[in-house]
Write a protein that binds this ligand. Structure first.
Ligand code: ZN
Ligand code: ZN
Length: 287
């Protein structure tokens, strides 16, 4: 109980501390050992992508001041959800909650690629012409709101321990910054790490301009869902250094790298534009 109170009281500080801590570590790592050359200058990327992050956190605080943690407290006070109904050992409820919430995020990610209208929101994340730590936090405000509503629904059904929600949020944020980083990792280490966490090389495949590559590796924290459910892809055909990042149709920096263009991107083009169920690639290179 005491731990719960401490976590609830310091939730914002804990999350902010991890965000800035990991941001600094990954930014230094990108500086020392970058994987690819950037096409857009670092200052433009930092100002616009991180500007969006600050705007999104402000927006979330205004719309949902209690956030996911508040929802977990509410669920536990009212006896909502599976884990509030069955009395499981605390550690088991925490571990299972984190894993299940990660699975929901995986499903949500597949969904925003599959449903054309939702893809319009999510494609702002993919329109980034580069792939670095700032990409990891670059999501359209409408997608951020949608994510929060899905999180609320998941928490209401699951009734996870409050601590599990904080662990999940910190973990999701940390792994997202890690796996979007433009960092060079020894290939052997990458292969090992991939069994427990999504690595930058694994997630970079998902940011490929090639439709079949972008429709793979949907995992954010845990890499297992892709392997279990058939969306896993080892490496990009073009190699990590020469593959093209982004979306084929949107290559204009003004549109995809500057905030006004980024914000209006969901409203560009026809509603039926590309989504996961519309194959536009050829089978010639497939076996
Ligand atoms: Zn995606
Ligand atoms: Zn991504």
């Amino acid at each position: 109980m005491e731990m719960n109170e401490f976590v609830i009281a310091n939730e914002k500080i804990i999350r902010m501390g991890f965000f800035f801590g990991i941001l600094i570590v990954m930014a230094l790592w990108e500086f020392i050992a970058p994987r690819r050359a950037l096409t857009i200058s670092k200052s433009v990327r930092w100002v616009n992508n991180l500007g969006l992050v600050f705007f999104n956190s402000f927006l979330l605080r205004v719309i949902f001041p209690a956030a996911a943690v508040g929802m977990a407290v509410f669920a536990s006070d009212n006896g909502w959800g599976i884990f509030n109904y069955y009395n499981l050992p605390f550690w088991l409820a925490v571990a299972a909650s984190v894993v299940i919430m990660d699975f929901v995020i995986y499903l949500q990610h597949v969904m925003v690629h599959a449903v054309p209208a939702l893809w319009r929101l999510h494609r702002m994340h993919h329109a980034d012409l580069d792939f670095d730590v700032t990409t990891g936090a670059r999501f359209h405000p409408l997608e951020i709101i949608l994510s929060m509503l899905i999180k609320f629904a998941t928490i209401a059904v699951l009734g996870p321990p409050v601590v599990a929600v904080v662990i999940f949020e910190v973990l999701l944020n940390a792994t997202s910054m890690f796996n979007h980083s433009n960092v060079r990792l020894p290939l052997g280490l990458d292969r090992l790490l991939r069994w427990v966490v999504v690595t930058p090389d694994m997630h970079r495949v998902h940011h490929s301009i090639e439709d079949d590559e972008t429709n793979s590796n949907f995992g954010f924290s845990l890499p297992w869902w892709d392997r279990l459910l058939g969306t896993y892809r080892d490496q990009p055909r073009g190699g990590h250094e020469s593959m093209t990042i982004g979306i084929r149709k949107y290559r204009e920096p003004k549109q995809v790298s500057w905030l006004p263009g980024m914000m209006t991107l969901p409203f560009k083009g026809k509603i039926s534009d590309y989504a996961i169920n519309r194959r536009q690639w050829h089978d010639s290179h497939e076996k």
